[in-house]
Design a protein around this ligand. Structure first.
Ligand code: ZN
Length: 359
């Protein structure tokens, strides 16, 4: 403990709670990417900046103070930096990570019997991107599972990506199911609010989970494999699996992050893809399947002062999936694609209208 910290602790009784105790970013209960940056969030942000200043002796109001280990810094409302130079996300992760827990989650996942009537062991949430492709390959070839690949088309995944994904599925002898959702109306609304009321990837994530859960329930499949490289829970312990109970049928569903459980790194991902002789379609931005992150990054980062995908990539740095320099490099190339975004969203809205008329 540093002298500064000892000093703080000796004054414990007169100090406000946020200075006395450590807490995780999640305990701050604020939305990320500047969504709903209201008075309450501003107050928490200010507290975290003051806490950082006292902890590190560096003034975050002059220049953002960055975590030694990951990409998080004091521009993000729920982040503060400790006296050791490490942010509260890294702190929480280190404290709560145990490989045995992930191992036991894998065991549970593999030993869960099929529901009656299920034709496969699990659904793989397949986006056509690199991480879910590796999950599909691993589930099939290493874990020997019978799976169905389910791709949720949000309207912004190029046909080329789907066709490319189909090739991989054919190679592995896996059925590919494409489900459709309409994200465009939500993107339009967010654009009109300059993304202060939402970020497309979060909305898409919610819709994606709903769609895939409905598919699973309809087909009596109780396990979903995701290509996620970071935790589902960080507290009270780091966990990879999210459990859900369907209200109508009482069926218990596991949503499982395969690359994270196996502690794969980005290098492993590319090696595994090389081994099967498959690669993703090249897309601008931090995505290997959807064009939206690359189209909205300029507008959102201009307002926030940092790249919106910093949230995701920093988590991937914390889990060891990506190294910090590589992540920084990936976030440095910001292109203004606003005109393309507007054109594309309007085109999608027109398509939706036409579909309604034709029905
Ligand atoms: Zn950190």
């Amino acid at each position: 403990m540093t002298t500064q910290n000892t000093f703080i602790h000796s004054l414990g009784f007169i100090l406000p709670r946020f200075l006395r105790e450590d807490y995780s970013p999640y305990q701050c209960h604020v939305a990320v990417n500047g969504i709903n940056y209201n008075l309450r969030t501003r107050r928490i942000h200010l507290q975290n900046q003051i806490k950082t200043w006292i902890n590190t002796g560096k003034n975050p109001f002059l220049k953002p103070v960055e975590c030694k280990t990951c990409l998080f810094d004091t521009r993000i409302p729920n982040i503060y930096i400790g006296a050791d130079g490490i942010c509260n996300m890294c702190m929480t992760y280190k404290k709560n990570f145990k490989q045995e827990i992930l191992d036991s989650e894998l065991e549970t996942f593999l030993n869960t019997p099929r529901e009656e009537g299920a034709k496969v062991d699990a659904v793989v949430g397949f986006s056509g991107g690199k991480d879910s492709a590796v999950s599909l390959i691993t589930a099939r070839q290493k874990l020997g599972l019978e799976v169905t690949a389910v791709l949720v088309q949000n309207g912004f995944i190029p046909e080329q990506v789907i066709e490319n994904g189909r090739k991989l599925c054919d190679k592995l002898g896996v059925e590919l199911v494409v489900l459709n959702i309409d994200l465009a109306p939500y993107v339009k609304d967010m654009m009109e609010h300059k993304f202060k009321n939402g970020y497309p990837c979060y909305k898409c994530g919610d819709m994606f989970y709903k769609e895939i859960q409905n598919y699973c329930i309809e087909h009596h499949i109780n396990r979903i494999i995701m290509g996620r490289n970071w935790w589902h829970w960080i507290e009270p312990e780091v966990r990879s699996t999210k459990w859900l109970t369907d209200e109508k049928t009482g069926m218990k569903l596991q949503i499982f992050s395969l690359p994270f459980v196996l502690q794969l790194t980005e290098k492993d991902i590319y090696r595994i893809l090389d081994e099967v002789g498959w690669s993703t379609v090249k897309i601008h931005g931090n995505s290997t399947n959807c064009v939206l992150p690359g189209l909205v990054e300029y507008m959102v980062s201009k307002r926030l002062g940092y790249h919106p995908e910093l949230q995701l990539l920093s988590r991937e740095v914390i889990t060891g999936f990506l190294d910090k320099e590589e992540a920084k490099h990936q976030l440095s190339d910001i292109k203004d694609n606003t005109a393309t975004l507007e054109k594309l969203v309007n085109k999608k809205l027109e398509e939706i209208e036409n579909r309604k008329v034709n029905k």
